[in-house]
Each structure stands twice: as C-alpha cells, then as structure tokens.
Design a protein around this ligand. Structure first.
Ligand SMILES: [Zn+2]
Length: 258
C-alpha cells in the first residue's frame, strides 16, 4: 500500500502548495480602461436539495441569491477587466471551450466532484499527474496482484480521502490547468450569514478567490486581500476585501501570454 501513500502525499503537497505561496505587495498603477482584458466566467450550478444558493437558481425567482452573487463577482473584477458572469445548468457544461479568458465555476458538493477523480487529478497536476496515476495503478497491480479496476478503485479511494482532508471546511479550489474552479456549499456561511445579502457576499468572495487561482494568483497574507486564505469571516460576510495592483498586473500577464 506504499504506492497509494506516495500518491496521497503528492496530492496533499499539491493541495497545500496552492496555499503556501506568498507574494509581496507592490503599488502599480492600473492600466487605462481601453486595455481591459475580456473575462468570460461560466458558472454551472448543481441541484443540491436544501441548499439556498442552489435553490435560488432552480426556483428561478426574480431577484435570486445567485443573481446577486453574479453581480458581486462582476463588480469586484470590472474595475480592471471586462468580465461577464453567467450561471446555468451543469448539463450545458462545455468543457472544450474553456481557456485562459473563458473559465468555469462548478458549484456542487465535494462528493459529486469526486465522482471523477481523474478530472480532479488533472486539474491539479495536468497530464503529468495523470501519467503518474497510471504508473501507480500498474505498480499496484504488479505488487498486489490486483486487476486494473481494483487497483484503480483503491488508489482513487486514497485520493478522495486526501481531498476531503485538504479541503474540508474550505469553500473550494481553482485550477489554472483546467480553467475551472470547484465551489462547495458552506455550512459556516449559511450559519453565520444574517441575511441573503451576507450569504451572497460570502459565496461571491469564494468565487472571486477561486477565479484568482485560475488566473494564476497565489495566496497572499495581505490584510483584506481577496487571495488571503485567512480572511476574517466578518470581512467575507461584509464583502470587505480587495485586489491589489500587483495582482491586477499578474492576471493581465497571464491573460496576455501565448
Ligand atoms: Zn485559495
């Protein structure tokens, strides 16, 4: 079972690496507005019984919670980017269209996300990690005498455990490789938010943060910075956070690179 442990270790390191980088804060001037890059954000929201955000989409009420989240994300980014955010049903998800400027947010339970561990692994380490997975499966087959399906299942179970450990209590994660972010319902947000506006703030914060990861940003310890993973809950509920000019420049560089 050593092979599985190594993979888990790799995964956990990968997960932690997302949170380990700190960048310094520089003051740079914003570029003129005519140089704004396009950002197209497609959101896919799964039906999650009893979840307020999911309900607001599927009940199709006029001023839904989700619409409020949508406009808050747009407002946060549109000082510096031409951003368009829209949410639809996961059945409309078009994976092929995703790229640097066109990214997706999946709002679903972590359990649903883990139904396809290969996709999750890809989003963490790209093809390299998928190749490594195949090697580990083959090794396990050889050493333990398992067939492919058994070896794959046992390794996937370990991967899932690793993800639960790394992300339990977190709002989600974003992947630069897959151009996708996964966002999960948060019991803490639902419990602590005093009204729908605060709840929308909290989810919009998580989505803004995970989008930051897609666009190549790492965590920062900057007070009230949207990429600070230890932002106070009060600030999240109040939508009291910001993007610094260094981050604006980093996102621009990411979007402009070939
Ligand atoms: Zn993060």
């Amino acid at each position: 079972m050593n092979n599985n442990k190594n993979l888990l270790k790799k995964l956990s390191v990968g997960a932690i690496a997302l949170g380990a980088g700190f960048i310094s804060l520089n003051s740079l001037e914003n570029l003129p507005s005519e140089n704004k890059n396009d950002l197209i954000v497609e959101g896919y929201i799964s039906k999650i019984p009893g979840d307020k955000l999911s309900d607001s989409f599927y009940k199709n009420e006029k001023q839904t919670l989700l619409e409020s989240v949508e406009s808050k994300i747009e407002k946060f980014y549109d000082d510096n980017f031409d951003i368009d955010v829209s949410f639809s049903n996961p059945s409309e998800l078009n994976k092929e269209s995703l790229g640097k400027n066109n990214v997706a947010i999946n709002y679903m339970t972590m359990k649903n996300m883990l139904e396809n561990p290969r996709e999750v692994l890809y989003s963490f380490g790209g093809q390299e990690l998928i190749d490594e997975l195949e090697t580990e499966i083959k090794k396990a087959q050889k050493v333990e005498g398992w067939n492919y399906e058994t070896a794959e299942k046992i390794i996937f179970d370990t991967v899932k455990e690793g993800f639960y450990e790394s992300f339990s209590g977190e709002g989600g994660f974003g992947s630069e490789i897959a151009h996708r972010a996964w966002v999960f319902p948060s019991k803490i947000y639902e419990r602590k938010a005093e009204n729908n506006d605060e709840l929308a703030n909290a989810y919009a914060f998580t989505m803004c943060h995970e989008l930051g990861h897609i666009f190549g940003l790492e965590h920062t310890n900057g007070k009230n910075n949207f990429m600070n993973p230890h932002l106070r809950l009060e600030d999240i509920l109040d939508f009291n956070f910001e993007m610094n000019s260094f981050q604006v420049k980093k996102i621009r560089d990411y979007l402009n690179k070939d």
